[in-house]
Design a protein around this ligand. Sequence first.
Ligand code: NAD
Length: 264
Amino acid sequence: MNGLMEGKKGLIMGLANDKSLAWGIAKKLAEHGADLAFSYQGEVLKKRVEPLAAQVGSDFLVECDVSDMEAMDATFATIEERWGKLDFLVHAIGFSDKNELRGKYVDTSLDNFLMTMNISVYSLVAAAKRARPLMKDGGSIVTLTYYGAEKVVPHYNVMGVAKAALETSVQYLANDMGPEGIRVNAISAGPIKTLAASGIGDFRYILKWNELNSPLRRNVTIEDVGGAGLYFLSDLSSGVTGETHHVDAGYHVVGMKQEDAPDI
Ligand code: NAD
């Protein structure tokens, strides 16, 4: 089964390198015939993103710091100019001061709280608002979230609160844009070693814990996430919106340590 994305054009926001969740999704979409554009955060990342984009047949790169609303306007204006429409959007962006992704949530500073919410949550709203007029034949938007939105995961702190707001934003955006045939969903991925994840305190422990305690007794890969991305961004999920879908080897259904899990 190939070609599910034939004729569809989409923007991937949040590719940093070949470990990025966005890369798992981009590869799968390209395999199925999608035309891809990539936005990147700054010159340093451009050098990493350019060759990856080339690997999936794209030379369409736009610089966009999502906390800069003029850059957001310019990004979507560039897409309109080149493509005249947009079929899908991948939002794979999150950021917080790593000094506050350890210790206690109660110690979160106001500045970092606001910055984390701005970059990790508002950016989805801002991108959806700008994508909306370009999604003339309907469309699909996917963002990435984590279980730390639902339950306390040590060290995840303000990021967990941001992900809860992100998941609720998905529901409100889905309702706002549903009448226009635009679907909005979230993939709640299990822990994967990426640049962003390396900022989280004791991330190796979280990885090991999930591997030992998830029903599938393994961690997920960016390819697992890519498969769910393809489902949400293609017509396979045409009746689904406002959903947070777990791609976490089943970890979210487990209530306690597995009997066969060794101490770590
Ligand atoms: P990553 O470091 O590869 O990607 C994070 C991206 O966010 C980078 O491309 C970075 O440039 C971008 N970004 C940060 N601030 C930005 C800004 N101001 N403007 C534009 N871009 C900005 O890491 P990743 O793990 O692939 O993260 C992608 C998404 O997946 C994030 O939302 C993350 O929270 C989420 N997620 C990750 C995991 C995991 O374990 N890695 C699990 C669940 C959800």
